[in-house]
Design a protein around this ligand. Structure first.
Ligand SMILES: NC(=O)C1=CN([C@@H]2O[C@H](COP(=O)(O)OP(=O)(O)OC[C@H]3O[C@@H](n4cnc5c(N)ncnc54)[C@H](O)[C@@H]3O)[C@@H](O)[C@H]2O)[C@@H](O)CC1
Ligand SMILES: Nc1ncnc2c1ncn2[C@@H]1O[C@H](COP(=O)(O)OP(=O)(O)O)[C@@H](O)[C@H]1O
Ligand SMILES: [K+]
Length: 501
C-alpha cells in the first residue's frame, strides 16, 4: 500500500471528485458515514460525545459526523473553535444542516468557553486535519491543551490536530494526544514514525473509495506492507523440488555466553525453508548446537570462545560453497572476529545478512563497508544504525540518513522497531505493518537474521526477502501475543509461531 504526501492526498480527493464523479460535500458525507460505522461498531454504549470542530474541512467532517451520530441517537455536543474569520464551504454546508437538527452547538472563542470534559465521555478531535500549515497557537492551542488534560477517550478524525502529515513538528508544538486516530484510505507517513506515538495512538484506516487509478499511478518512495502484498512475495514450492533447490546457508554466529543467539538464528533459519544449514560457532557452542538443533550441520571454529573464521574441519569457510551467509548474532567484538570479517568480506560475491555485533564492528571499521556485497541486508536497531551513521534530530532526518546510506553502499537496511523500515538501494522505504511490543525482548532480532538468511538462500531478491521476512517475523509475534499476551513472549515462541502460508 502506498503512503502519499499531503499534496498528493489533496490531489487524490480532487481526482476522485472529478472522475467518479462526486460532489465534494458528498465525499465528505461518505467519509463521515464510514467514520460513524466504525465508531458505532466499537462504542456501543451511549456515553456523551463532545465533538471539537475547526473551520476547515476537518471541522466539516466533524459536523457531518455529529449529525450522523445524532441520527443513531448518540448524545452529542459540538464545540466549534472560532480561531479565524472564514469557514470552508463544506464546513458551512454541514453547519447549516446540523443547526436544523440540534441546538447543542457551542462556540469557543476564549478559554472560558471550553467545557469540562469528564472521564466517561468521548472526545472527537476534528479541529485541524491535513491542512495544518503552522504550529497551533491561541485558542486552538488552549483547546488542545484542555483535551489533552481530560480523562476522556479521545479519537482524532483523520489526524491529530497539530500533527503534520509528512514533516517534522518542533519540540513543544501542542498537538492532540488521541487514543485512536481514524483516517481515510491511505496511511500517513506521520503514523509510522516512533516519535509520533503519543500523537497517533491506535490508528485505523477506512476505505472511502478514493480514485484507484490515481493511487496506482502516484509516484512515491514510501510503502506500508499489507498482508496480501506480503503473501504475493512468497515463492511456491515445486512438487519436484529437493533440498538443493532451497539453498545452503551458512550462519556465522555466537560466542561464549551468547550461544543462545546462534541457536535462535539457526532454528529460525530452518523454520523459514532453507534447504541446508551449516552453522559455524566457537567450540564452546558445538555440543549445545548439535544437541538442540540436530537439523543443522556444525563447523566448530578453532577458537574456543569466539569466532575466528578458521574451523577445525578446514580453513576459513569458502563462500562459494554457500548460497548466502548470515553474520552477527551473538558474535561479540573480539579482535579474532574482526580479523575474520576482514578476511571474509572481500571474498564475498553474493548478498549476505549482517546483524548485531557484525554491524558494530563495521561502524568501528568503516573502511570495511565497501566490501559488503551489493544488495546485502543489514538489520540494525536504531542504536546500531546511529553508530553506522550519526545522530538524528527527528524521524524525518533519520529517513534521509537511511536513504543516503542504502544508496551509498548499495545495500538494503532493515531499521528495526515498531513499523520496521526496509530501505532499498533505490531509496524506497517499506514500513512493516505487523509486530507488537511483545517483540521487544532479547533474541527476536537473532530470529529475524535466521529468517532473512533462509530467504536469501532460497533465491529471494534482497528487497523481497527483507519485506517478506520482516512481515512474517512480526506476524508470528502477533500470533504469540494473541495467545499469551505480549508480556510473556520470548524469542523461541516467535520461531514456533512462524507460518509461511
Ligand atoms: N474532499 C476532501 O478534501 C476531503 C477532506 N477531508 C477532510 O479535510 C481535511 C483537510 O481539510 P482542509 O484542507 O480544509 O484543512 P484543515 O481542516 O486541516 O484546516 C483548515 C484550515 O486551517 C488553517 N490552519 C492551518 N494550520 C492552522 C493552525 N495551526 N491554526 C489555525 N489554523 C490553521 C489553514 O488555512 C487550513 O486550510 C482532512 O484532514 C479531512 O479531515 C475529508 O472530508 C475527506 C474528503
Ligand atoms: N514495539 C515493537 N513493535 C514491533 N516490533 C518490535 C517492537 N520492539 C521490537 N520489535 C522487533 O523485535 C526485534 C528486536 O530486534 P533486536 O533489537 O535486534 O533484538 P535482539 O538484539 O535482542 O535480538 C526487531 O525485529 C524489532 O522490529
Ligand atoms: K483532527
Amino acid at each position: 500500500m502506498k503512503i502519499l504526501n499531503v499534496d498528493q492526498i489533496r490531489s487524490l480527493d480532487q481526482s476522485t471528485i472529478q472522475h467518479e464523479p462526486i460532489a465534494p460535500i458528498n465525499l465528505m458525507e461518505r467519509a463521515a458515514l464510514s467514520f460513524v460505522d466504525w465508531f458505532a461498531d466499537r462504542f456501543k454504549s451511549k456515553h456523551p460525545i463532545k465533538i471539537f470542530c475547526g473551520l476547515g474541512n476537518n471541522g466539516g467532517d466533524g459536523l457531518a459526523i455529529a449529525r450522523l451520530l445524532l441520527e443513531r441517537t448518540y448524545p452529542i455536543d459540538v464545540y466549534v473553535v472560532r480561531y479565524a474569520p472564514r469557514e470552508s464551504d463544506d464546513f458551512m454546508h454541514n453547519h447549516r444542516r446540523l443547526k436544523l437538527v440540534t441546538e447543542n452547538i457551542h462556540y469557543i472563542e476564549s478559554a472560558t468557553d471550553i467545557p469540562t470534559i469528564r472521564h466517561n465521555e468521548i472526545v472527537l478531535d476534528a479541529i485541524l486535519g491535513s491542512g495544518l500549515s503552522r504550529p497551533t497557537e491561541g485558542i486552538v492551542k488552549t483547546t488542545i491543551e484542555a483535551i489533552n488534560r481530560a480523562p476522556a477517550t479521545v479519537i482524532a478524525v483523520d489526524i491529530a490536530s497539530g500533527l503534520y502529515t509528512d514533516q517534522p513538528n518542533k519540540p513543544g508544538d501542542v498537538i492532540v494526544e488521541p487514543d485512536y486516530t481514524v483516517s481515510f484510505q491511505l496511511p500517513k507517513l506521520a503514523f509510522v514514525l516512533p516519535k509520533n506515538g503519543p500523537f497517533v495512538g491506535e490508528w485505523h484506516l477506512l476505505d472511502i473509495q478514493l480514485h484507484k487509478r490515481f493511487i496506482d499511478q502516484a509516484p512515491t518512495s514510501y510503502y506500508y506492507t499489507q498482508p496480501k502484498e506480503a503473501r504475493l512475495l512468497l515463492h511456491k514450492r515445486d512438487r519436484f523440488s529437493n533440498k538443493g533447490t532451497f539453498g545452503h546457508a551458512l550462519l556465522l554466529v555466537g560466542s561464549y555466553g551468547k550461544i543462545g543467539a546462534a541457536i535462535l538464528a539457526a532454528r529460525a533459519c530452518l523454520r523459514s525453508g532453507v534447504g541446508l544449514l551449516t552453522v559455524q560457532v566457537p567450540q564452546c557452542g558445538y555440543i549445545p548446537l548439535q544437541t538442540i538443533v540436530p537439523e543443522a550441520m556444525c563447523r566448530p571454529d578453532r577458537n574456543e570462545h569466539v569466532l575466528s573464521g578458521t574451523s577445525q574441519l578446514d580453513d576459513v569457510p569458502d563462500p562459494t560453497d554457500y548460497s548466502t551467509i548470515g553474520l552477527g548474532p551473538g558474535i561479540g567484538k573480539a579482535p579474532e572476529t574482526l580479523a575474520m570479517m576482514k578476511t571474509l568480506l572481500p571474498m564475498l560475491k553474493k548478498p549476505i545478512v549482517v546483524d548485531a555485533d557484525a554491524l558494530n564492528l563495521l561502524s568501528e571499521n568503516r573502511e570495511l563497508l565497501v566490501y559488503l556485497p551489493k544488495n546485502s541486508i543489514l538489520t540494525p536497531h536504531p542504536k546500531e544504525f546511529e553508530r553506522l551513521t550519526k545522530k538524528w534530530d527527528n524521524d524525518y532526518e533519520k529517513l534521509d540518513l537511511l536513504r543516503e546510506f542504502t544508496r551509498k553502499y548499495g545495500v538494503v537496511v532493515v531499521l528495526k522497531g515498531a513499523y520496521s523500515a526496509v530501505a532499498t538501494p533505490e531509496g524506497d522505504i517499506h514500513f512493516n505493518s505487523t509486530g507488537n511490543p511483545g517483540l521487544s525482548t532479547g533474541g527476536t532480532g537473532d530470529v529475524l537474521t535466521g529468517i532473512l538468511t533462509a530467504l536469501l538462500a532460497q533465491g529471494y531478491d534482497s528487497v523481497e526477502a527483507a519485506v517478506l521476512g520482516v512481515f512474517t517475523h512480526g506476524l508470528a509475534g502477533d500470533v504469540v501475543a494473541r495467545k499469551r499476551g505480549p508480556i510473556g513472549m520470548v524469542a523461541s515462541d516467535v520461531i514456533d509461531a512462524l507460518s509461511w502460508e
